[in-house]
Design a protein around this ligand. Structure first.
Ligand code: ZN
Length: 681
């Protein structure tokens, strides 16, 4: 149930930042967490606070050609990548004296950077997978094929398979099956009938045809094959949950015995699949999307073997394209980054290679990163802030006038059970069993992907590791995991201009304090609130309190549904509900904690801004961003976060503390009428 993970900002880890500079850095550059030159004071703060706080930044920071959007978070991530590049180039160049970790990250990065070798190898890098597909003799051979062929990043063919925490007993790990098998970013792309959706499907067909031609098919055969892929994916898409349906954890809880799974999807040979994929013995599998698996089984009777071979050839080639020779990588970029998201140029090779290393060997590279940027003092300061935000939440729960004492008591039990993970894991993952070649990039991607898949599979039957992290130490993001009931703040997000120890509390509480509050509030948003203190899917609310809570979240749903994301596409208030509730709750908690911490300090105005004003500008400036229309369109369909401007203005119109700080009056755009103000937590 990976969907019970709620990240703070970056939904897409592998399509990040750009750069005008190309050099690597010995230290991270500094910029302050509150920067008055990033503001645009010609804008009325009571009309559009986001542009008032970020207008200068937006003018000074156009979207680089190779990026699909640009933001404070993206810039910091780019700084991190440049910093990591220095570590990796040294590790790749060293001829002697490398320890195991240095050899792993150096060879992985070096193989990625060796573009000549990658180009010479060409499609040969995936020949063994293509041969395995061609060698299939019957539909029964599909199960062992999907067990053996691993895609990059631990993904599996046709569906998502692995392990997950048992929704009823979060201390246990069980086998898990998720929907999957699509090439477009979401199932809605296959079903919507508006002109833009039809255009995207037509362009996707051209993309699939181009991939088949790169695999050696004639244009006629390639076109026919693209049609086959589209038809097969459309059947799977129609049987898939929507993203909003996936936000209901009860939809995803369908635990069954193997015999039930065989009854649900009888045409797939599950026994062979699980044996060949080397699963440990297990009794129970959770099937997150039963309808999808029924469709997989039905398609196995309606589509002949030749069509399945076509479908698998495409998915193997498409998944590995970015790591193959230039024609494949170009086609991948042209469709997924340029056409779908609006990027104008490819990222420099080094940056892609640093990201791949950070993603695939995250806890090897992370060791080198945190040693240089994350001190014990920084960790202690961040933990102090977490403690103060948690104290504010305890106080806030006590103050809620709509919640009964019984539910309040349970909420505090859950709050006190949250594990706070700051900086990096206590124990680093060991990658020494993976063969990392200095010359075979696609092979390294496959082997690290297989390692990750088997790491997940081998958790089945074992107790949960509460020390595990799901993102790398250098990642500029944070998350709450409902089944772990933990918040995770990697070292990468605790750096300036996000968290700035050179600055005073006002901007730091507005920014990082709000993010900590955001992650805590995820434990109590419309989705997270359905899990108890142990991370089990178990109702701890009284019926009346849940009804009152639902009415309050509906206020937020209605508010954000009224916002336009791009052109005629509205924000999906139900898809973004959890994030919007967390944004609002988080900032309220941060304000309380900041006021409590500074009540005897008598903070003074700086740069013509009162302490309260600096708190709110600090908040807004975490999110300064420029966004391409194409990217906004993809994200409106797929990203649970609202567009940047609404993550600021949408929160502040619900905070009378903001209106007071800036003297905003009833009737101005940044002030909602009292009767319309949304308050959840
Ligand atoms: Zn979030």
């Amino acid at each position: 149930m990976t969907r019970s993970i709620a990240c703070f900002g970056f939904a897409v880890l592998l399509v990040l930042p750009a750069a005008s500079q190309t050099s690597s850095e010995a230290t991270l550059p500094y910029s302050p967490s509150l920067d008055v030159t990033s503001m645009d004071k010609t804008i009325d703060s009571c009309v559009d606070f986001y542009t008032y706080s970020c207008g200068g930044w937006q003018k000074q920071n156009p979207i680089p050609a190779d990026q699909t959007s640009w933001s404070v978070y993206a810039k910091l991530y780019q700084d991190n990548l440049r910093f990591l590049r220095g570590i990796l180039e040294e590790a790749a160049a060293a001829k002697t004296g490398r320890n195991k970790v240095t050899q792993e990250i150096g060879d992985f990065y070096g193989a990625c950077m060796n573009e000549t070798a990658v180009n010479q190898r060409g499609v040969g890098a995936i020949q063994s997978q293509l041969d395995a597909i061609a060698a299939m003799k019957s539909i029964r051979d599909i199960a062992p094929l999907t067990a053996h062929v691993t895609l990059p990043f631990g993904q599996t063919l046709l569906f998502g398979a692995g392990s997950a925490q048992d929704p009823d007993n979060s201390e246990q790990v069980i086998a898990d099956l998720d929907q999957g098998g699509l090439g477009l970013p979401d199932r809605d792309y296959y079903t919507k009938e508006d002109a833009k959706s039809k255009e995207i499907r037509a362009r996707y067909l051209q993309h699939a045809q181009a991939v088949f031609q790169l695999l050696g098919d004639t244009p006629e055969a390639a076109k026919k094959n693209a049609d086959t892929v589209m038809r097969m994916e459309t059947a799977l898409a129609k049987a898939s949950w929507t993203r909003v349906e996936q936000r209901n954890p009860y939809n995803l809880k369908n635990k069954m015995k193997m015999s039930d799974l065989e009854g649900l999807a009888p045409n797939f040979d599950w026994t062979t699949y699980y044996r060949e994929a080397r699963y440990p013995n297990f009794e129970i599998v959770n099937v997150e999307s039963p309808k999808f698996y029924k469709q997989v089984s039905d398609s196995l009777t309606t589509e002949p073997l030749e069509n399945w071979k076509t479908y698998f050839r495409f998915h193997v080639a498409d998944s590995y394209s970015a790591f193959l020779s230039k024609p494949f990588a170009d086609e991948n970029f042209n469709f997924y980054r340029a056409y779908l998201r609006g990027a104008k140029a490819q990222q420099p090779r080094w940056r892609q290679c640093v990201q791949h290393t950070d993603f695939n060997l995250s806890e090897a590279l992370g060791q080198a990163y945190v040693a240089k940027v994350f001190s014990p003092e920084l960790k202690a300061a961040a933990l102090d802030m977490v403690d103060r935000i948690e104290e504010a939440m305890r106080e806030r729960i006590g103050q809620l006038d709509w919640m009964s004492p019984q539910t309040k008591q349970q909420a505090v039990v859950k709050l006190e059970a949250i594990r706070n993970k700051i900086g990096y894991p206590d124990r680093w993952r060991d990658y020494s069993s993976i063969e990392i070649s200095p010359t075979d990039f696609a092979g390294n991607m496959e082997r690290t992907g297989a390692f990750e898949l088997h790491r997940q599979i081998n958790k089945i039957g074992l107790p949960v590791d509460h020390g595990e992290w799901m993102i790398s130490a250098a990642t500029v993001d944070a998350y709450y995991n409902a089944q772990m009931n933990d918040i995770n703040f990697p070292a990468g997000v605790l750096q300036p201009p996000i968290y700035d120890r050179k600055m005073d509390d006002a901007p730091n509480y507005g920014d990082t304090g709000g993010t900590i509050g955001h992650e805590l509030t995820h434990g109590f948003d419309d989705e997270g609130s359905q899990f108890d203190a142990r991370g089990n899917l178990k109702d701890w609310w009284t019926k009346e309190d849940r009804e009152k809570f639902d009415a309050r979240t509906k206020c937020v749903d209605d508010q954000y549904s009224s916002y336009v994301a791009v052109d005629d596409v509205h924000v999906n208030g139900k898809l973004t509900l959890g994030e919007n509730v967390a944004d609002l709750g988080g900032e309220i908690l941060a304000f309380m904690a900041w006021q409590s911490k500074t009540k005897d300090m008598n903070p003074q105005p700086v740069d013509g801004l009162t302490p309260e004003q600096r708190f709110f500008v600090g908040f807004a400036q975490w999110d300064c961003a420029n966004e391409r229309p194409d990217d906004l369109r993809v994200r409106a369909a797929t990203d649970p976060h609202s567009p940047a401007k609404y993550r600021i203005n949408g929160v502040l119109v619900n905070m009378p503390e903001f209106a007071k700080a800036f003297g905003c009056k009833a009737g101005q755009p940044m002030v909602r009428p009292a009767a319309q103000v949304c308050k959840v937590w």
